[in-house]
Ligand binder design. Structure first.
Ligand code: F6R
Length: 251
């Protein structure tokens, strides 16, 4: 992958913002792959600023989020449906009808609703294909090398499917659920690594020393399901944007 070391999140955000703004000018119905979490926030802000400053028409832009919890109603404030609306759709002024989240057909359906839940993943992958594929997929990375909710051990060829959340991820995310791990859903639906690899351009963002080991594994380790992000080594157009702390273990 191409590695870009930046001073801070704002500088990384500006690179993403310029890249995507140019894409939308050239292809008004561009398909954006969207992530939640803290890493992409400056990038969304930068893109929103450019879109406003240059009056770019985003009315045709389409979006597909990476992942969603199972069992949360869409309108739950911590659902990724709500999070993507707050952090991407509203600031950018996108048409909400053109932005999808995996499992948006489930709307809080419980895990027990097995058939419906099992069908949601393949339906999502078909929707991405029907849209012509994702042009630019933004990614964060977990301290354990996860991308989307593809935790260590996830098949590098996987499509969108239901997964259990790793205990550590539930502990990490309890902060969004009153600090109560019992309120954190146990399962999620996530684009697979195989789905992510089909996007034409991957942009992975990582900041801070907590991500240094995961970035080292991703870039310099062997390609392995134990570091799902290492699949980026096999992608023809992957860009990894890191600050100096996240890059600190690179040779
Ligand atoms: C978010 C996602 C996760 C995060 C990752 C990093 O949709 O799929 O893989 O990107 O957990 O989270 P942050 O950016 O909050 O450090």
């Amino acid at each position: 992958p191409e590695i870009i070391i930046v001073k801070n999140e704002a500088e990384a955000g500006a690179i993403y913002g310029r890249c995507v703004a140019n894409l939308i000018k050239a292809k008004p119905d561009a398909v954006l792959g969207l992530a939640t979490g803290s890493s992409p926030l400056a990038a969304y802000r930068a893109l929103a600023e450019i879109v406003t400053a240059e009056s770019i028409d985003v009315s045709q832009v389409r979006g597909f989020a990476l992942d969603e919890y199972i069992g949360l109603p869409l309108e739950h404030p911590e659902s990724y449906h709500s999070t993507i609306r707050r952090t991407v759709i509203e600031p950018l002024g996108l048409d909400p009808a053109k932005v999808r989240v995996p499992g948006d057909a489930l709307d809080g359906a419980p895990l027990e609703d097995g058939e419906r839940i099992a069908a949601a993943g393949p339906a999502y992958d078909r929707a991405i294909e029907d849209a012509g594929g994702i042009d630019v997929q933004i990614l964060g990375i977990g301290t354990d090398g996860h991308v989307g909710f593809n935790e260590p051990g996830s098949s590098l060829a996987s499509g969108t499917r239901v997964k259990t959340l790793a205990e550590q991820t539930r502990v990490d995310n309890a902060r969004f659920f009153d600090g109560d791990i019992d309120k954190v859903p146990t399962h999620c639906i996530t684009q697979g690594i195989g789905t992510i690899m089909k996007a034409r351009h991957l942009v992975l963002l990582a900041f801070g020393s907590g991500k240094a080991e995961a970035i080292e594994e991703t870039v310099e380790g062997g390609v392995s399901a134990y570091c799902p992000a290492s699949a980026l080594q096999m992608h023809p157009h992957a860009t990894i944007i890191v600050d100096e702390e996240a890059a600190s273990r690179l040779r």
